[in-house]
Design a protein. Structure first.
Length: 273
């Protein structure tokens, strides 16, 4: 029969094994409950977070893909500056514009920083940062065209627009919904360069787009801006509604950027002044 000291030693050993097993199980269960989103892409506890930034890759001067595959633009350089100041990294991800908010809410990207107008409809799906630019919509025609702004506002032109843009919404609300223009006369495109191609090839009479990227799109082509309509649109960075910490960080970064000499440098570089 074992003595009492031997039994106590064995019991202590068994209890120690049980405690270690429970601790290991608890640690494993806790780790498995933490979701890994794009902003959580870190390989170590001390590594800075990586945020995936959705952009329209054919949207100069805000974002555009160069021949060597790099992505440049006002918004691209802005978020890169903010990332450096606020202590995170970014990956710029070009995407189809009409699917960019669904991609954000599906956690495929962490923010949309690409000249996105703040609208009531979009605010139902996402949060927006403080505004960083205010712009208007503009119309362009071919150099040899006789179309006037009066013709456009009367619904007497075939207009091309990028799908999902505020320019397309303006035509739908102010020309089609009012009965001035038949719906078939609004031609929608997956990206704006396709609309400019059709304009130059005389398949449509005019294009509508935010003025700065419109100027970039027609540069070197036989087309010009004929006029603007005041919309006073504010651009903001779109962020998921539950990502309040990132929203605060971006707002702080935008405030710092717009108060710095860098902001004026970027506006001059991309001819926004």
């Amino acid at each position: 029969m074992p003595n009492s000291s031997s039994m106590n030693a064995k019991m202590y050993g068994v209890l120690l094994v049980l405690v270690l097993a429970v601790a290991t199980c608890f640690a494993g269960c806790t780790g498995s409950q933490t979701p890994a989103g794009p902003g959580s892409e870190t390989s170590g506890a001390n590594e800075t977070p990586l945020y995936v930034v959705g952009v329209d890759g054919a949207y100069p001067p805000y974002a555009s893909i160069q021949k060597d595959g790099t992505i440049t633009g006002l918004d691209v350089e802005s978020i890169q500056w903010i990332a450096e100041k606020k202590g995170f990294r970014v990956k710029i991800q070009p995407m189809d514009w009409d699917g960019i908010i669904p991609a954000l809410n599906a956690h495929k990207i962490d923010m949309v920083y690409s000249g996105m107008t703040i609208t009531p409809e979009r605010l139902e799906a996402v949060n927006f940062s403080i505004p960083y630019l205010t712009i208007n919509q503009s119309f362009a025609i071919r150099n040899n065209s006789a179309v006037t702004m009066a013709d456009i506002e009367a619904g007497k032109a075939v207009i091309g627009a990028q799908r999902g843009t505020t320019g397309a919404y303006w035509v739908e609300e102010n020309l089609i919904a009012t009965g001035k223009m038949p719906k078939k006369n609004l031609i929608l495109y997956d990206n704006f360069p396709l609309a400019i191609t059709d304009l130059v090839n005389e398949r449509i009479d005019a294009t509508v787009y935010d003025r700065p990227p419109h100027l970039s799109a027609i540069e070197g082509k036989p087309a010009h801006i004929i006029g603007e309509i005041y919309t006073g649109e504010n651009y903001g960075v779109a962020i998921r509604k539950d990502d309040t910490e990132l929203l605060t960080t971006i707002n702080e970064g935008l405030t710092e950027l717009m108060a710095s000499p860098k902001w004026q440098e970027l506006l001059e570089k991309y001819e926004m002044k």
